[in-house]
Design a protein around this ligand. Structure first.
Ligand SMILES: NC(=O)c1ccc[n+]([C@@H]2O[C@H](COP(=O)([O-])OP(=O)(O)OC[C@H]3O[C@@H](n4cnc5c(N)ncnc54)[C@H](OP(=O)(O)O)[C@@H]3O)[C@@H](O)[C@H]2O)c1
Length: 327
């Protein structure tokens, strides 16, 4: 199969490239060239800014495309329209953030989605992009809606935060309820699902994350301690105390959500039965933790990429304040 990846050089896209190459497919990546090139000499690189210039794609043929970096209708619609005559299948990486009622409600794929008038421009933009892709290539689009994505090359630094902090050892601020379940998807499993879909012409909308209650927060932090060989101890502190100490849930203390009075109780209960029935696999959490730690120890090279959502380094002063407040 000839596969085009729009993006493909940072995290999810890189995993798609690796999965496709491992299965013997020929891969082209289309990106601006701002964040490195694939180290694999077998990958063809086409350079261009997808928002302004798709000319280099014009007239080329691929069996399928995986679009990992689309955030609005105009951009995604333009690439899907241009490719529609010469590409059989369009895989689009969307997000579980499209749902209007999540995380207060445990959604499946028929949940209400956001509109452009909604506050969350990211989720609404993804909805519009999904619609634009389907309009350009009706019946030939696979939309994946991942939740939290982790694994080697993770460009936001959520799991790397915990690995780095726990590797430092000592008393670690552990947020919320230790027994609350989590669900995430390793980018390599998401990539495998996209390549499967391209190979088998699977279309439609799929939530793509691990099963609800895949693991607990306690199990995650324990796995980080095991893999780093750290002497860390965990002090579990409730959300109100942590936020009173000036720590932002999620952005400063990742893989943990607390929103005061708002209902976020179903954050980790996205229904994934459709994707699992059609082949989505979620590897065991400790495997993701182990491989990500290897990548962090090797320098966590992202080719100069820095996400606007990147998690800051652990802040020992704020952490100590929260721990003291909890005593
Ligand atoms: N992280 C999460 O937990 C999470 C959760 C749900 C959904 N998602 C979605 O998953 C996807 C993650 O993407 P990723 O960053 O891992 O993808 P990626 O494909 O690995 O990296 C982004 C790629 O897009 C290219 N790119 C960016 N702007 C471009 C432009 N204007 N024209 C052409 N190429 C451009 C970048 O290369 P250049 O910069 O060199 O152009 C890079 O190759 C996103 O769509 C995100 O919304 C993420």
């Amino acid at each position: 199969m000839d596969l085009l990846v729009i993006g493909g050089t940072v995290f999810v896209g890189r995993a798609v490239v690796d999965a496709a190459l491992a299965r013997g497919h020929r891969v082209t990546v289309f990106h601006r060239g701002q964040h490195g090139e694939s180290a694999n000499p077998d990958v063809e690189h086409l350079h261009g800014d997808r928002t302004t210039d798709l000319g280099v794609l014009d007239g080329r043929r691929w069996d399928a495309v995986v679009d990992t970096c689309g955030f609005d209708a105009g951009t995604v619609g333009a690439s899907a329209r241009l490719l529609s005559a010469n590409v059989g299948h369009y895989g689009f990486v969307s997000s579980v953030s499209v749902y209007r009622d999540w995380p207060a409600v445990a959604v499946n794929e028929s949940g209400r989605v956001k509109e452009m008038s909604d506050e969350d421009a990211y989720g609404a933009g993804k909805v519009a992009a999904e619609t634009a892709a389907e309009a350009a290539m009706p019946g030939r689009v696979l939309v994946s809606r991942p939740g939290l994505i982790t694994g080697p090359n993770e460009n936001i630094g959520r799991l790397p935060y915990w690995l780095r902090r726990i590797a430092q050892g000592g008393e670690v601020l552990a947020p919320g309820d230790p027994d609350e379940g989590r669900q995430w998807i390793d980018a390599r499993d998401l990539a495998a699902f996209h390549v499967d879909a391209a190979e088998n012409a699977i279309t439609g909308v799929y939530n793509t994350v691990g099963p609800p209650d895949q693991f607990t927060m306690r199990e995650l932090l324990d796995a980080c301690r095991d893999v780093t060989g750290s002497d860390a101890t965990f002090t579990w502190v409730d959300g109100a105390t942590i936020t009173a100490a000036g720590i932002e849930p999620w952005s400063e203390l990742p893989v943990w959500l607390y929103d005061g009075d708002a209902d976020v109780s179903q954050t980790w209960h996205v229904d994934v039965s459709r994707a699992r029935a059609d082949g989505l696999k979620a590897r065991p959490m400790p495997e993701t933790v182990r491989d990500t730690w290897e990548w962090v120890r090797a320098g966590a090279d992202l080719g100069g990429y820095r996400s606007q959502y990147a998690v800051p380094e652990p802040d020992p002063v704020k952490e100590k304040a929260a721990l003291n407040a909890a005593r």
